[in-house]
Ligand binder design. Structure first.
Ligand SMILES: Cc1cc2nc3c(=O)[nH]c(=O)nc-3n(C[C@H](O)[C@H](O)[C@H](O)COP(=O)(O)O)c2cc1C
Length: 352
């Protein structure tokens, strides 16, 4: 089982939310009262380099989620694909927060050509008790952490993998489980090659460094030293984590000195077309995958290095006609980094 990690932001939870009686329509004042709670959950979504590229606008009728282009990775993510994947993860978390509080979310998702940075508009009017599954996922939102190393040599339950594949499909994404050893090795090589190239690319390396925090930093965005390994942990096959420590020896000590911990169960997250709405859908599928795994005691390592170089879209082993967005490794580990987020109040604008 993963160890749970401390959180740095204290926010109100569902118990403090004004709830309308089940089945009743909620008034505008209740809609406004819910927005801070929804945002306090949504900010715990994963985002590329923990850029948290989002902001929210609440009005009496609902809540809008916008992409924050000032936080886009200009070098590594010029199309804003990873930015919108991150926003999709925040959108899933916001919807889940509403469900956990007993509301039925309505969501209008991209695209609106007139407002390309508007990701989605959320509304809620009716109540229905959350399911056990929704409650279990919601309980993981703040403690789930991205992992950056190897896993214990334990296979994942087939029921979990089936649930993940089915869940991703609900958001228009394909989660392809890679069991062929040759393809796993080829994907690992693609990550190794990309990681080496990224370190040699001065523009992308500078950008990564700007979002990597040294020990003792009080910033509430970027990847903190409490979340990355001091030295890339060897896995078999070898999927290197991003070199956030940049040779300084900052970061978490190795969990094990044994060579070649398991790389875990390798999956590809992809979509069948490649536009902004697909990226938001893939982001929702990603967060559903991560939270469902966490509810089963399974951690995930994420790799986008091959895609940050504009290559790797034709990955070995990917089913024809699919556009890959992330390589995921799933497994069991006792190590968990510490998460940081900007305070919800700093990303929420409330309009009367
Ligand atoms: C679109 C996207 C791409 C990511 N790419 C990587 C990656 O290549 N390597 C990695 O270690 N983490 C990656 N992450 C994980 C983020 O670094 C992580 O979500 C962020 O630092 C916040 O930490 P947390 O997930 O532990 O809350 C990615 C996350 C997202 C949403």
């Amino acid at each position: 089982m993963r160890a749970s990690s401390p959180v740095t932001v204290r926010t109100e939870g569902p118990m403090n939310v004004p709830l309308a009686p089940a089945g009743m329509l909620a008034g505008p004042e209740q809609a406004a009262g819910l927005a801070p709670y929804i945002v306090s959950q949504a900010v715990w979504a994963p985002s590329v380099h923990n850029t948290q590229p989002w902001w929210f606008s609440a009005d009496p009728g609902g809540l809008c989620l916008y992409a924050d282009q000032a936080r886009q990775l200009a070098a590594a993510d010029p199309d804003g694909r990873e930015m919108l994947l991150s926003c999709g993860a925040a959108l899933f978390t916001a919807r889940l927060a509403l469900r956990a509080a007993g509301w039925v979310p309505g969501a209008q998702v991209l695209p609106d050509p007139a407002m390309p940075l508007l990701v989605a508009r959320l509304t809620w009017q009716h109540r229905t008790a959350p399911t056990r599954f929704e409650r279990r996922l919601a309980a993981q939102v703040r403690t789930r952490r991205s992992h950056r190393g190897g896993f214990d040599p334990l296979p994942l339950a087939p029921q979990l993998l089936a649930e993940l594949v089915e869940g991703a499909a609900r958001y228009g994404a394909v989660l392809q489980v890679v069991s062929d050893e040759g393809i796993r090795a080829a994907l690992a090589e693609a990550v190794q090659a990309a990681e080496q190239a990224l370190e040699l690319d001065s523009e992308r390396a500078r950008e990564r460094a700007a979002w990597t925090r040294p020990p003792g930093s009080t910033r509430d965005d970027g990847v903190p030293a409490s979340a990355y390994p001091a030295h890339a942990e060897q896995t078999f096959p070898y999927f290197p984590a991003p070199g956030f420590a940049r040779g300084h020896g900052w970061g978490l000590p190795p969990l094990s000195t044994l060579p070649g911990r398991s790389a875990g169960t390798v999956c590809l997250l992809a979509t069948s077309s490649d536009g902004p709405a697909d990226w938001v859908g893939a982001g929702q599928a990603l967060q559903r995958t991560l939270l469902t795994s966490a509810a089963w005691g399974v951690a995930a390592a994420l790799h986008t290095q091959p895609f940050q170089l504009g290559r790797g879209r034709g990955l070995v082993g990917l089913r024809p006609g699919l556009y890959p967005h992330l390589i995921l490794r799933l497994g069991v580990t006792t190590q968990a980094g510490v998460g940081v987020r900007r305070p919800p109040g700093s990303v929420l604008v409330t309009n009367p």
